[in-house]
Ligand binder design. Sequence first.
Ligand code: ADP
Ligand code: ADP
Length: 243
Amino acid sequence: NKIIEVRSLSKTFDNKKALKEISLEIAHSGITALLGPSGSGKSTLLRHLSGLVFSDHREGTEVRVMGELVQSHGKAAPQVRRCRARAGYIFQQFNLVNRLSVLTNVLIGALSSTAKWRTLTGCFTQEQRQQAMAALERVGMAAFADQRVSTLSGGQQQRVAIARSLMQQASIIFADEPIASLDPESARTVMELLKDINEREGIPVVVTLHQVDYALKYCQQLVALREGEVFYQGAAADITEQA
Ligand code: ADP
Ligand code: ADP
């Protein structure tokens, strides 16, 4: 029961190799940090895991998440839609719909891939509304349910985004620089919340971070990238003060 399995993954943009034959296994169901300087390939790797981006065409390339094949040799696996539906996404810029209420943004997590966006205008079930309120309570944002997202701070918006993945019943959460736009206090709140959800709901989290200190504090597993290659993988607890 591996969380993530990546075999021989390369990605070339124009002539630039963003990922160079990366192979990787994550067996730990805690929080895994993808670390590395800007441009090292963290986001590109995360997008491959979530099936939002496909790799170069090469024999032997595979990406599996929670045991399911997401893509192989640059093509979507038949399961890719299901994999996407089961993954919650948290982004640096929150990706909420600003003009809609907090509650509606969380309800969006309940839309299945077969739902039509039209349904947004009317009819979520009463049960779905209750679930969305429960998700907002879980992240401490229930009092803001009726406000527009545009009135919230960045940290509050990120908590709403986390509630949306709970609503979606995500089996894994991918977070791409979730705290990069936040002040230190909001950043801590968001990381604490991810940690709490990971521990209590048992949802594995893979998060890109460029701050090593947050990774050491909140993540159990580290994967460090440099220029498109994995140069370190291991337990955060194995990192000591000496280099
Ligand atoms: P990180 O997340 O570590 O900052 P990225 O994965 O965003 O790194 O980017 C890795 C490299 O790939 C960078 O050189 C970046 O400019 C390049 N890159 C990423 N996405 C694209 C894209 N859509 N088109 C062209 N180049 C890209
Ligand atoms: P991040 O590192 O958080 O992904 P970036 O600023 O590197 O943020 O990238 C933002 C967007 O621009 C992404 O969709 C990425 O794929 C794209 N991108 C990044 N680098 C390039 C590039 N050199 N050319 C084209 N698109 C790029």
